[in-house]
Design a protein around this ligand. Structure first.
Ligand SMILES: Cc1cc2nc3c(=O)[nH]c(=O)nc-3n(C[C@H](O)[C@H](O)[C@H](O)COP(=O)(O)OP(=O)(O)OC[C@H]3O[C@@H](n4cnc5c(N)ncnc54)[C@H](O)[C@@H]3O)c2cc1C
Length: 381
């Protein structure tokens, strides 16, 4: 069996997209990922190349210059990128999932023409700023304010841990107005938009994660996305899709750790035999492979629900919870199988182990996913 995505059962389009993503990941991402991790370098040029290939508009309708792919094909491509480097995958995932979804569903025709088209063509990289220093899981408690200013808006506040915040061309920023929480399109070159220094993180070190100070950011009226006061609902819709991107990212991380472990256990010899000959090792590898397969299957099942226009909030949380805990567990086992070498930066599983952790934290921690899932069990409660 193949640990990677198998070609059988894929349509011709899916096979082509997977091949393109895999080849790009193999040649343009993976050879550099360890170096980017060491230096904390965000390779914007690689994102631009992915954009030119269409990977920043995977599910965006073709009418807006996107690829118009179904969700499953998007997940297949994202897994290839995540298996090569989770830092690149998170930029691709957030851009495709949250600002893009919000613009497709709620943007005006003029906003779609102006912003969505260039995002889908990869000419503009986008991010999403919801979290704040005092409101993470309790995102609805955000304090950033937007007040009406002549015929536009004035934004002030502080955002925390915004992915792409220092490198994107535009951010969808959530702020409180008189009517509730609203979403704003904020070009990052507007006066008063001040990204902080990139955070010094445990993993995902090549991803750009910054605090953003919004100091009287003046925006024209047409930068309000959708209806005033409805932004939190739009953000939660975007996060449902975003969470699945994290589930796919986790599957990619876990799959690569398993691939490394399988190869290593065939080569490394102790007590006169390859590690793969020991039953305890075989059982560990079997459990790792089973969980990777299960996490991928669960995530793909939710892709089917999206493409059939069925509800998927609870299932997205299940997939994100299961896949992220799988990534953490599988990478832990991979480090164990590598022994002391697994603890060394020269070997790849150490980075995968560090990268896995964040999947249990962002776009809703595992505890928040369990709350969402439990709520789904009592729909009227
Ligand atoms: C690398 C990285 C990138 C990120 N990118 C973005 C981004 O692009 N945009 C953005 O808006 N945000 C981003 N975030 C923020 C991320 O979404 C938050 O960190 C996350 O939502 C958790 O919020 P918090 O860190 O404030 O933790 P807290 O909410 O303070 O939670 C701390 C602990 O308490 C638990 N907890 C909280 N409430 C409950 C409860 N009711 N019941 C049980 N347990 C609870 C949590 O599960 C957690 O274990 C990013 C974070 C990281 C680390």
């Amino acid at each position: 069996m193949s640990i990677a995505i198998e070609a059988t059962g894929l349509s011709e389009t899916q096979r082509q997209i997977v091949d393109l993503a895999r080849e790009f990941a193999r040649t343009r991402i993976e050879p550099h990922a360890a170096e980017w991790d060491r230096t904390g370098y965000f390779p914007r040029d690689v994102l631009d190349e992915l954009g030119r290939l269409g990977f920043l508009g995977m599910c965006t309708p073709e009418a807006f210059d996107g690829m118009g792919l179904d969700t499953l094909t998007y997940f297949l491509a994202l897994e290839e990128i995540a298996a090569a480097d989770a830092s690149i995958a998170i930029s691709v995932s957030i851009h495709n999932a949250i600002p893009t979804t919000m613009l497709v569903r709620h943007g005006s025709a003029a906003q779609q023409e102006r912003w969505l088209r260039s995002m889908a063509r990869g000419e503009r990289l986008a991010g999403f700023a919801l979290s704040e220093p005092e409101s993470g899981s309790d995102a609805g408690a955000l304090a950033t304010r937007a007040v009406r200013d002549r015929d536009g808006w004035l934004l002030s506040g502080t955002k925390a841990w915004a992915t792409n915040g220092g490198t994107a061309d535009l951010m969808v920023v959530m702020a409180r107005t008189e009517r509730g929480i609203s979403a704003f399109i904020v070009p990052t070159d507007v006066p008063g938009y001040r990204p902080g220094r990139p955070e010094d993180k445990m993993g995902l070190r090549a991803s750009n994660t910054v605090a953003i100070a919004l100091e009287d950011v003046r925006l024209p009226a047409d930068h309000l996305l959708g209806e005033d006061g409805q932004g939190f609902r739009y953000a939660m819709e975007g996060l449902d899709v975003g969470r699945l991107g994290i589930a796919v990212q986790a599957v990619g991380i876990a799959r690569r750790a398993l691939e490394h472990a399988v190869a290593y256990c065939a080569e490394r010899r102790q007590f006169g035999a390859a590690l793969r000959e020991f039953e305890a090792v075989q059982f560990k590898l079997a459990d790792m492979a089973t969980r990777v397969e299960a996490a991928r299957a669960l995530t793909h099942a939710v892709a089917g629900r999206i493409d059939r226009s069925e509800g998927f909030t609870t299932q997205a949380s299940m997939a994100k919870l299961f896949a992220s805990e799988t990534a953490m567990w599988v990478t832990t086992q991979a480090v164990q199988l590598f022994g002391g070498y697994g603890y060394m930066r020269d070997f790849p599983v150490e980075k995968l182990f560090r990268d896995a952790k964040v999947t249990e934290l962002y776009e809703g921690t595992s505890e928040i996913q369990r709350i969402v899932i439990a709520r789904g069990l009592y729909p009227r409660g």
